[in-house]
Design a protein around this ligand. Sequence first.
Ligand code: B12
Ligand code: SF4
Ligand code: SF4
Length: 258
Amino acid sequence: MFLDDLKKEALAHKIEYIHILPFSYEKYKSVVVALLPYYAGEYFSCLSRYTRGLDYHVAGKQILNGILAPLAQRYEFSYRVYVDISPLDERRLALKAGLGFLGKNNLVINEKYGSYCFIATAVTEMEVGTEPQPIKNCIGCGACIRHCPGKAISEESVDYLRCLSRINQEKKISTGQADLISRQESCWGCDICQTVCPCNRNPKISPISAFTRELILNISDIDSLSNRTFRQKYGKYSFAYKGRAIVERNLKLIRNKH
Ligand code: B12
Ligand code: SF4
Ligand code: SF4
């Protein structure tokens, strides 16, 4: 009953993949898990796909709050939404909820939208939730392992200290890390273990307009911006959260090498 209402409300917000699991955290008894697809189409860009659309922390919270607010009123429960900045292991929950399967790149891959999905969760006081689903794995072709520029992925795990997506966010980097950044196209994030994945061959475009409109593909004007004007212009995008200097450094490294 509640799950049906949740799915109905989610569809009204264009969210097709949502579930509720039994859970125990503080006063909360269940957790709602939703996939928010963000693939916007193929474009050449110096930014990885996840950060081209509006900030998923903000957009994701708005969407899940929009879904849950009317249900919380009807069923009288309190809840708390998280997106990314979260005490919860979001991928593990999405896998348990059966919303996708686990890639060797450690990402949750959905049958329709590929791995280009954010995960949003909400802990709730509702005492409902179906038992966790068995977790399935990807086909294990190994393309992500072979193509990872940082050699971060192995058969067993991902070593995030070697992951470009982490390195190109760091303030202090070594000469080797600077060289790694300079050899890539992306000055923020990294998509390589996703673009080479056969499960992402034909992802559906996201129905969520926050991730498909107002895309930022090029930030070559960064040299002419002050910290303040950078924040004014790009503050709605997640790549801006650490300020201008790191993004500018990465872009310079890439330009000098290409
Ligand atoms: C910190 C962080 C990063 C760090 C990495 C640190 C790390 N350990 O993951 C950096 C900056 C490198 C990063 C990069 C990226 N991230 Co990130 N990241 C996070 C964050 C905030 C926390 C992850 C974390 O530390 N988890 C806890 C530890 C324990 O996880 P772990 O060490 O990886 O352990 C995993 C393995 O143990 C594996 N596993 C191994 N064996 C088994 C067995 C079973 C049964 C199961 C279930 C799991 C499992 O599953 C665990 C995680 O589920 C999450 C959001 C969140 N709150 O969960 C987003 C999150 C994982 N990131 C996300 C994204 C989109 C990315 C990037 C694709 C962005 C980009 N384009 O550059 C890359 C992808 C890199 C990659 N191949 O994973 C999405 C993933 C969505 C998806 N479809 O899976 C998340 C969920 C954010 C969100 N809300 O959407 N990320
Ligand atoms: S995001 Fe890039 S560097 Fe990190 S694991 Fe994937 S391919 Fe490797
Ligand atoms: S590239 Fe192959 S091994 Fe890697 S996540 Fe995709 S299907 Fe799995």
